[in-house]
Design a protein around this ligand. Sequence first.
Ligand SMILES: Cc1cc2nc3c(=O)[nH]c(=O)nc-3n(C[C@H](O)[C@H](O)[C@H](O)COP(=O)(O)OP(=O)(O)OC[C@H]3O[C@@H](n4cnc5c(N)ncnc54)[C@H](O)[C@@H]3O)c2cc1C
Length: 455
Amino acid sequence: MSDPTVAPRVIIVGGGFAGISCAQQLAKHDVDLILLDRNNYHQFQPLLYQVATAQLAACDIARPLRGIFRHEKSVDFRREAVTAIDPDARSVTTTSGSVLSADYLVIAAGAQPNFFGTPGAPEHSLPLYSVNHAERLRGRILDVLDATAERPELGGQGSLNFVIVGGGPTGVETAGALAEALRDVVPERYQSLGQAATVHLIDHGDVLLAPFSEKAHAYAAERLQRDGVVLHLGVGVKEVFPDRVTLSDGDTIMTRTVIWGGGEKPVDVVAAADLPHGHGGRIDVQSDLTVAEHPQVYALGDAANIPNSDRVALPQLGSVAQQSGAWAARNILAEIAGNDRTAFHYKDKGIMAMIGRNAAVAEMGPHRHEVDGPVAFAAWLGVHAMLLSGTRNKIDTFIAWGWDYFSKERATAVVDRPDATRIDWGDDDEGEKPEFDLGSTRPQTLDRGDGDGRT
Ligand SMILES: Cc1cc2nc3c(=O)[nH]c(=O)nc-3n(C[C@H](O)[C@H](O)[C@H](O)COP(=O)(O)OP(=O)(O)OC[C@H]3O[C@@H](n4cnc5c(N)ncnc54)[C@H](O)[C@@H]3O)c2cc1C
């Protein structure tokens, strides 16, 4: 039996939306809390594409975890990656070799890109799931523009084709922002390069933004096409090479920039844990967010399949992660106080996606009231600014957005990791050549298959 004079210990793995919100609730009570994250910061994934397209700086969307908990003396933040989880012992092993055990274990380690076994994708595509990824992508975009400005013949090698895989919110938002930057910002700096560049968006489904309504599918497609984005719908990516992608319909697109927004799966340490894994490889949890047969082990956010009241798994969204984190804390505190845990109730505030300047789609509330255009654009900005962690980040982001809206300045358009983004243009290498180049003007229709979305 535990000693009532010693505060119960809780270990939280992951300082994302779910981990932070759980820790913030627990920190107000007499709990000995260890928060572990492989990074020293909390990142706001919904705005990663704006870092990648130089609208925002990384520090606008990332916040040091020690700063978030600077007033909470009961929170012991440790910057360590967890390498193994033992649910029976409620313990974790970290990269330093320490084994930490607790009364309650909260698994909130999020997700990583899922390449679905696509050959070449892990090596040659650029995913967009972390600040690190966003900075690398920004560097790659600037590298190909700089190189092509100096050597226009590289355009013939597809240097100005930007290929985005995945027509869910991540792919659509990135495509819209990139097309806008190529239209409005790039021509000022690189003369004619912007006009020669093309964004290709590929999805094996028939529609964009699959989790949204049919009206939103059509709106997103029409708006992106108006901005010059070439849609490849009903088509899968067969293989990614350093200089091109091949598609399931036999086409090839020459490119040096393949952006992967094609899906996600739990991080390796979660996948390897001896716990029940269900759809998408995520941990199946019960209605009270604990794992079956492990009443003191919780799995939250993107790491978990969290059932709603109809027993259907909720989507991988920031709001689900945040609310599940707070609810898990409530259940832990209830149990410590000798009360019963209660079933998680998700407050559905709706979904939204940005497409471009004055263009977004939003489906508000549980009854999905649909809005698009400038109203949805304004709502998107307001909601995302409010969700950002930290007053300074909110203010900086609002200023950056205002600046960006009224000027074509992109202050963060810097290549700060030249080694990570350097491209081998293979001038001397005759190597394997594609059979043909798709070019940039392939006409597209929207009349095939099922959509794919982040959710
Ligand atoms: C590009 C993109 C755009 C998105 N846009 C939206 C949006 O507009 N609206 C919306 O609602 N949702 C959006 N989402 C989804 C939303 O960001 C996620 O659902 C949410 O971040 C999940 O929160 P989480 O706490 O479960 O995981 P995360 O926020 O991913 O946090 C997991 C944490 O665990 C840490 N971690 C991972 N492995 C380890 C380890 N082995 N050891 C220690 N720490 C570890 C990570 O460093 C990270 O800090 C988006 C996601 C992406 C990728």
